[in-house]
Write a protein that binds this ligand. Structure first.
Ligand SMILES: [Zn+2]
Length: 402
């Protein structure tokens, strides 16, 4: 609240928060002691003769946290301050040896390198947040399974990194950290109930409900991309048929673009499709993630420029995506759904069609209460999200006062 309302006086903060003045006063003093709040002046005396009061604001530079975000082949590292400003960042290729131990060494060395570039030491960090695409346990600090790291099974990433770095480490999956980033710095700042949904090669979600991230009993909540929406639909990576993801992902859109009737028209709009390659021993030609990203972004770009065939494809993609969102609106009654990932590149064209389909399919009451928006955190949302794990732990530790 101090971050959002500041500069503000102690009495004004007490009034806005509903917390007693003595408690607020004690809390602000403690934050000031830890460099997290700063006094920046006094209010002018009121016309009725009221006393001037000291003004405080959140000291964003008093907090620095490390952020590590792993993707298929790259580690993205950053140092982020308390207002989500990236103070410095580097990227490191993970190379061919992706076993846990070499990756931990690479991450620890890269973080130390980044800190020395910024003339900082690990002592000055609140901690390090790590975002990993895969099945993770926040409570145990373990990565159970990560599809792009085949040798990772129940890896205690938190303890391994903590031992190397000497600071607190938190880990969680990519969708969960995105929700925390939205809550602290993005489109979820003023919401108690919202859902973030990734639209890209995969589709998954995170549920921030009643002002906390809902991780689930086994901490795997959010795998809504595998909700069946067509019983006899296309085969999914998970082995099931007709998962929402098989129709709503950018992979679906790019697969359509390769069909002859679409490919010919898209070519007249300037889309040159890269040649598909068949991996050895594979029966079906599976699209490489790199090709899906490249082609989907090209389709979004051509559609935004007015290409009719590209627009039609983006609309179909958005309609499939909106169908699943309608189910989320009905099931959870959120204040907001925040879309992040590759499809954000579709802009208003994509968003308007998603909204139209949700309007058509969701029940009236929850639909009228739910605003569907695109994330404004892109493209550095992922590292900000990882840093949010540390920021969230800080704010949670102060919640004992409330
Ligand atoms: Zn599936």
């Amino acid at each position: 609240m101090l971050r959002q309302l500041g500069p503000v006086t102690k009495p004004a903060l007490a009034q806005s928060s509903g917390i007693s003045r003595p408690t607020i006063s004690k809390l602000i003093d403690e934050l000031e002691e830890h460099d997290l709040a700063e006094r920046i002046g006094v209010t002018s005396p009121t016309a009725s003769g009221g006393k001037p009061g000291a003004l405080y604001r959140f000291n964003a530079d008093g907090v620095q946290s490390g952020a590590i975000f792993l993707t298929v082949d790259t580690a993205h590292l950053a140092i982020v301050n308390g207002n989500a400003r990236v103070l410095g960042s580097i990227e490191r290729s993970l190379g061919t040896d992706r076993r846990p131990e070499p990756v931990m060494i690479l991450l620890a060395n890269a973080l130390q390198e980044l800190l020395s570039l910024l003339h900082l030491t690990t002592d000055q960090l609140l901690g390090v947040g790590v975002g990993v695409p895969g099945l993770t346990s926040f409570r145990a600090g373990v990565v159970h399974f990560a599809p792009h790291f085949p040798e990772w099974h129940d890896v205690p990433v938190r303890d391994l990194l903590k031992a190397r770095l000497g600071v607190e480490v938190w880990i969680d999956n990519d969708c969960h950290v995105q929700a925390l980033a939205e809550r602290h710095f993005g489109e979820g700042q003023h919401c108690t109930d919202f859902v973030t949904v990734e639209s890209g090669i995969g589709v998954s979600a995170a549920f921030y409900l009643q002002d906390m991230l809902y991780r689930g009993a086994g901490e795997s909540a959010g795998e809504i991309g595998h909700m069946t929406i067509q019983e006899d639909g296309p085969l999914c990576e998970c082995g099931n048929r007709g998962c929402w993801e098989t129709l709503a992902s950018t992979t679906w859109m790019v697969e359509r673009a390769y069909e002859r009737k679409h490919a010919t028209l898209l070519q007249t709009e300037g889309l040159i499709l890269p040649k598909r390659s068949r991996a050895d021993g594979e029966k079906e030609e599976k699209l490489e993630p790199q090709i899906i990203n490249e082609v989907s972004h090209a389709i979004f770009r051509i559609a935004r420029g007015g290409g009719l065939e590209a627009t039609a494809l983006v609309h179909q993609h958005a309609a499939h995506f909106g169908t699943g969102l309608a189910a989320i609106v009905n099931a959870l009654n959120p204040q907001r759904i925040i879309i992040w990932g590759d499809s954000v590149a579709g802009g208003t064209l994509f968003l308007e069609e998603v909204r139209r389909v949700v309007h058509q399919r969701a029940l009236r009451r929850p639909r009228e209460m739910c605003e569907i928006v695109l994330s404004s955190l892109a493209p550095n949302g992922s590292v900000v999200g990882a840093a949010s794990l540390a920021i969230d732990a800080l704010f949670t530790s102060y919640q004992s006062y409330l």
